[in-house]
Design a protein around this ligand. Sequence first.
Ligand code: F6P
Length: 366
Amino acid sequence: KKKIAVMTSGGDSPGMNAAIRAVVRTGIHFGCDVYAVYEGYEGLLKGGKYLRQMQWEDVRGWLSEGGTLIGTARCNEFREHWGRKQAAYNLISEGIDALVVCGGDGSLTGADLFRSEWPTLVEELVKDGTFTADRVEPYRNLTMVGLIGSIDNDMAGSDSTIGAFSALGRICELVDYIDATAKSHSRAFVVEVMGRHCGWLALLAGIATGADYIFIPERAAPKDKWQSELKEVCQRHRQKGRRNNTVIVAEGALDNELNHISADDVKNVLVELGLDAKVTILGHVQRGGTAVAHDRLLATLQGVDAVKAVLEMTPETPSPLIGILENKIIRKPLMESVELTKSVATDIKNKDFDKAIMLRDTEFME
Ligand code: F6P
């Protein structure tokens, strides 16, 4: 009987619970035992009560729950060899040799490393007498499948990540609220949104709310020139009758000399223009809360496919990432997508912004 563990890692994202639910129920449907790893990699290291077998009814009602109900953590110990060895010990002790990880690129890279190291870790556990060779024989390989849970939508090779559209929807709703008060007072608001090094949330929120101006890392603003351009645009919109101004700033926004552009930098320029300007940093309200229908569906379809992938994989199959491309659930070699995602950061560092935009797979950015 296949035993599959499912865990969430890194920042939570709306839809993670739907993904766990789908893995649990699909696994049970196919006759597997499914375990939840509580508290991300930290739970994998601690083992025992952090690995709990899940029943069909345990995940009832999880579609509409925000965050991740099995907890998550950013765990430094898992970066260490001894930490991964401890995690391997805990999994083998429970008889688990398949892991579905829902997280961002860092968490998934850690999972892929764990998988590639697994045979060595098992060998070490035999050599130091922790397990006999017979005991570990059925666990010589680890099967690992990745699901991208992140509001940032920063993974190359997938049109969207679990949680991105929920965060986007929430940002739009909040910007609408801000616009209402801004119009009342003829004010300008600079709204900072999340996304880490990715401008997807800022860009799409800006378009969806009709913002005056948007700052994203991939289309870096020209140093010493963006200030006058911003003023000119906001002024032009006012002359056309707009009563307020909205500027969306990605938290990772840069100028083309790679200087960070903060919401306050932008506000100061608007104040120079004589506007009554204020800053709103949306923060974690973007990440919490329930998932929109798109993310519930995406997470469900991907969770189902993750279990199928586990059952179909051979030790030679590279760890797959389950994504969505042109409305189809797809499997891609995980590390291929991770490498592409990392290369965007390198392109930005090298000021090759056109290439960075291309790799983001978002038509709007071009
Ligand atoms: O990756 C998701 C994300 O919400 C980013 O957009 C943000 O930069 C980061 O996580 C915040 O992390 P934390 O919740 O640990 O402060």
